[in-house]
Write a protein that binds this ligand. Structure first.
Ligand code: FAD
Ligand code: NAG
Ligand code: NAG
Ligand code: NAG
Ligand code: NAG
Ligand code: NAG
Ligand code: NAG
Length: 511
């Protein structure tokens, strides 16, 4: 893992200073941001004393220094060891105004920082910092459900399990993550694939309002009525524009569903991929049906795991007909609440993860070729040979219904093409830090091989799904040139000193 503070001193400071100088020239004739730009320029030149900044923050917000007993648990939270690091201090704002104070101090001081919600992104330093200040949002956990408006305002430090448990009491839910331990912040700002997405679009499409702390510390709303350009940019823009303190989401009356896990013999993977293709090409896709298929080429005794859900309490609906004649080795499907169904989703207990995504148009031919790659590529054995080495494949069917639903709700920054597609992921888990690079390179080669086959079938789809992407995939570029240009214009307007680019440099960045 690269050393962020050294990187900050050597590279980021000149970079930040350079853009500030540039902006200074541009802004001196146009905007009132001039004084802030000058402050940042000056403090970067002075090289910030981060320890002093931590002491300053301690006066207003709950702050953990490396010497405090809770520091280690927070610095090494939680999903993947690849995301652990050593911040100079960790702050936990408990209100939007505290978050404003923190961002104000850090932007003015030119101090590098990171923002973390649920901590589930495995990319090194996406939500952590080596030597900077980590803003941990887990103090922002309020939920306000407004039944009249069918909206819920949720704090950015919540996990999906907490959100669903509260809303389930009113028999409603939101378009959110499929695994309960994941945080709301990263998932929504990276787009957010849900079991409800064919009905209502991605999680980001269902945001009614983002409450955002901008660089410098100003708090604004971004919605269809206020700051519409920022509203659009945050739907896929991750941490490039500000720190989101709360999301107001649409709620839906979905409660009892049919679904759960079905298990299959690994040897039936080819049949299951054919069934998936049939499901994806049936005329008039039923929006209430959704699934995620996973299999473990390195651990074939686990078999194939199919998480399926029908968003009505209708057992074995016709939408999944292509799967029904394949014999299962286990079947946990039943009528239950959506939250119960998701709580049955197992996640392998492995300490380090990397994953990598690609998208394509599904067909029997593409799936056969991918199966061939996974059966023959030596990289599978390379991963299997690592301590705890595990490779999982994931198939996520995306229909035009999802794309249309997002457009109807105002559109997002993702540049999705209106076509049925598959968002494919390879998840690689292992135990030891020394194996990170081998795991990363092997996964990358596998995805490249899959992409070669996809190209042979002329089934390419440009979009890369951020929430399944590896740190070196250029996700935002995949949104398309026009959207990238629009995003850059939004950044110039709301963050003219590039604080959320240069001081917050982890995660998927706008170039
Ligand atoms: C077990 C598991 C299951 C998953 N299931 C799904 C799924 O069903 N659907 C799906 O779409 N994805 C899924 N993902 C991927 C997941 O959405 C991403 O890993 C996401 O980044 C996690 O969000 P987080 O808040 O937990 O992560 P974090 O690591 O805390 O944050 C991720 C990124 O978002 C930024 N960020 C977070 N909150 C804010 C904020 N409030 N303001 C500004 N920036 C912020 C961080 O700076 C960081 O760069 C899953 C991941 C795991 C590990
Ligand atoms: C420290 O962690 C413990 C255990 O998670 C928690 O109960 C306690 O409230 C934390 N202390 C502070 C100051 O947050
Ligand atoms: C992460 O932490 C939460 C709560 O602190 C815990 O429930 C969960 O099991 C942890 N996940 C992992 C992968 O360690
Ligand atoms: C955002 O909108 C809400 C609801 O209209 C309002 O109460 C709040 O004051 C607004 N916040 C800001 C920062 O404008
Ligand atoms: C899976 O199929 C193979 C080949 O048909 C068979 O040898 C094996 O016992 C099966 N495993 C299970 C769990 O049914
Ligand atoms: C997408 O697939 C559905 C069937 O699920 C089909 O009816 C529709 O025509 C397809 N759309 C496009 C744009 O190919
Ligand atoms: C896969 O197999 C390896 C080696 O046998 C093991 O260490 C790892 O834990 C397994 N993965 C899972 C998810 O069971």
């Amino acid at each position: 893992m690269r050393n962020e503070s050294a990187y900050c001193m050597a590279v980021m400071v000149p970079l930040a200073a350079k853009s500030s100088i540039f902006l200074l020239l541009v802004l001196s004739i146009t905007t009132p941001y001039l004084t802030v730009a000058a402050t940042i320029l000056e403090s970067n030149t002075l090289r910030p004393n981060i320890k002093q900044t931590c002491e300053t923050l301690k006066a207003t917000v709950l702050t953990f220094l490396p010497s405090s007993s809770n520091y280690t648990a927070l610095a090494t939270k939680n999903w993947s060891g690849t995301a652990w690091s050593k911040p100079s201090c960790i702050v936990q704002p408990s209100s939007s105004s505290q978050a404003q104070e923190v961002v104000s101090v850090l932007s003015k001081g030119g101090v590098s920082f990171a923002v973390r919600s649920g901590g589930h992104m495995p990319s090194p330093l996406a939500a952590n910092t080596d030597g900077g200040v980590l803003i941990d949002l887990s103090g922002l956990k309020s939920i306000q459900y407004d039944a009249r408006k069918s909206e819920a305002k949720i704090g950015a430090g919540l996990k999906w399990g907490e959100v669903y448990a509260e809303l389930e009491r009113s028999k409603v839910t939101v378009v959110g993550g499929r695994v309960l331990d994941v945080g709301v912040g990263g998932l929504i700002l990276g787009s957010g694939l849900s079991y409800l997405s064919d009905l209502y679009g991605l999680a980001c499409d269902n945001v009614v309002n983002f409450e955002v702390v901008l660089a410098g510390g100003k708090l604004v709303n971004a919605s269809a009525r206020e700051n519409q350009d920022l509203f659009w940019a945050l739907k896929g823009g991750l941490n490039n524009f500000g720190l989101v303190t709360s999301f107001t989401l649409k709620t839906y009356s979905i409660y009892q569903v049919w679904g759960g896990v079905k298990l299959y013999n690994y040897t039936d993977l080819p049949k299951l991929l054919r069934a998936a293709n049939e499901y994806q090409s049936t005329p008039t896709k039923d929006p209430y049906a959704n699934f995620m298929l996973q299999a473990f080429p390195t651990n074939q005794s686990i078999g194939v795991v199919l998480n399926m859900v029908y968003l009505r309490p209708v057992p074995s609906p016709a939408a999944f007909a292509p799967f029904y004649n394949i014999p299962t080795t286990g079947d946990l499907t039943r009528v239950q609440t959506l939250r119960e169904m998701m709580s049955g989703q197992g996640v392998p207990d492995i300490p380090r993860w990397d994953w990598r995504t690609t998208s394509f148009k599904p067909s029997e031919g593409v799936y056969e070729r991918i199966e061939g790659v996974l059966a023959e590529a030596p990289e599978v054995a390379t991963i299997a040979g690592l301590t705890g080495g595990t490779l999982a494949l994931g198939l996520q069917p995306i229909s035009t219904l999802l794309v249309d639903a997002g457009r109807e709700k105002g559109g997002n920054a993702l540049g999705l093409e209106r076509m049925n597609q598959t968002w494919w992921v390879l998840d690689t888990g292992h135990w030891l830090e020394k194996d990170d690079e081998v795991a990363h390179e092997a996964t990358k080669r596998l995805i490249n091989k899959i992409n070669d086959e996809v190209e042979e079938e002329q089934a390419e789809v440009d979009y890369l799904f951020m929430n399944d992407a590896s740190w070196d995939q250029d996700v935002i570029a995949s949104y398309g040139e026009n959207n990238v240009a629009k995003l850059k214009a939004v950044r110039r307007k709301y963050d003219p000193q590039f604080v959320f680019t240069n001081l917050v440099f982890g995660g998927f960045k706008l170039g």
